[in-house]
Design a protein around this ligand. Structure first.
Ligand code: GCU
Length: 329
């Protein structure tokens, strides 16, 4: 079923507000929306967080997770969150850029040297400042979840930017992602994640880009048989809570939520490695997807102007400098 935005907002407000309660009982139930399947590592990590929150608060704070975009797309979830109609959402820093420009710093291609650099940023002061930056926009970041490196997948190999010429590539709704595909020579098509399988199947787009778990958990490996590992971005998922909800929670519950969120980020780290490896094996052996190693330098060169431009963009320059400063430990 497809929902228009007003119907969706009304549905979620009526159906869910009834179970949110700060005063009538000692138990506060927070609704969390996300767009991945139950088998996706991030769902499991958020379940881990929910269990820890319940334990730390002696059952006073509970989190109910709604997966598979049941409550709407990531964009719709952010809008519901800003209205206070939804409590918590897991989105991705790419999509978040439209709601808080600070997240754009994560979206610059090849900004991270490696996974350790990526974690130093997510766990350090820069990452924390970005999470805190959006309180007056209606939401507060709780933590990040590793979402691996994003690469192209399509029915043919993308060995160099020249191979993208004439190809419609689905991107997340993010100005930085659009710019990246343009500079590489492809034609960017922003779509929500839930629409992508059908768009690839019907040829509305010629390819997409994501980490390998998309091939299995969202079954994209059924409709795209070549995964070309250029690893252009490392864009974390982000867990955010409505400012209205956050401000109403007593300090001890805020602390419990923050602790559980941080702990689940570390739980997720190992789970991510394990489940990504499993996804690659399953995509290769069970779905016939071919993984191609590509020379990254031509991709790096094509998008280099983006890093330079970011250093001159007052909205994100400080964050980008902070990320660059952590490149070498
Ligand atoms: C990743 C991310 C999702 C996002 C998706 C996308 O899978 O975890 O939150 O929606 O990319 O490409 O849209």
């Amino acid at each position: 079923m497809r929902w228009n935005k007003t119907a969706l907002t009304t549905f979620v407000t009526c159906a869910l507000a009834a179970s949110t309660s700060f005063t009538a009982s000692a138990v506060t139930t927070l609704k969390l929306s996300h767009n991945q399947d139950r088998n996706h590592p991030v769902h499991k990590s958020m379940q881990y967080m929910a269990d820890e929150v319940k334990e730390l608060t002696d059952g006073e704070v509970r989190i109910r997770i709604y997966p598979n975009g049941q409550l709407g797309t990531q964009r719709e979830s952010m809008e519901l969150l800003q209205n206070g109609a939804l409590d918590i959402a897991k989105s991705n820093a790419s999509e978040m850029e439209a709601f808080e420009p600070a997240y754009g710093a994560f979206n610059i291609p090849y900004i991270f040297r490696d996974r350790d650099h990526y974690y130093r940023v997510m766990q350090g002061e820069v990452g924390e400042k970005i999470l805190e930056s959006s309180h007056d926009k209606g939401f507060v970041g709780l933590t990040y979840y590793d979402a691996g490196a994003r690469s192209f997948y399509a029915s043919k190999a993308i060995n160099s930017p020249a191979d993208l010429s004439g190809m419609k590539i689905r991107v997340q709704p993010s100005p930085t992602a659009v710019e990246m595909i343009k500079l590489m020579g492809g034609s960017p098509t922003p779509l929500s994640y839930g629409e992508l399988y059908t768009a690839m199947q019907q040829g509305v787009v010629d390819g997409a880009e994501n980490n390998p778990t998309a091939l299995t958990t969202a079954r994209h490996g059924e409709v795209a048989k070549v995964f070309s590992q250029d690893e252009h971005t490392m864009i974390p998922d982000v867990l955010v809570i409505s400012s209205k909800v956050w401000d109403k929670l007593p300090q001890d519950q805020q602390e419990a939520l923050k602790k559980a969120a941080k702990d689940s980020m570390m739980y997720h780290k190992d789970l991510w490695t394990k489940m990504t490896n499993e996804a690659i094996e399953k995509a290769k052996d069970g779905m016939g997807v071919k993984f191609v190693t590509v020379e990254k330098q031509p991709f790096v060169d094509a998008v280099k102007p983006m890093h330079d431009a970011a250093l001159n963009n007052p909205a994100i320059a400080d964050y980008v400098r902070g990320i660059d400063a952590l490149a070498v430990q």
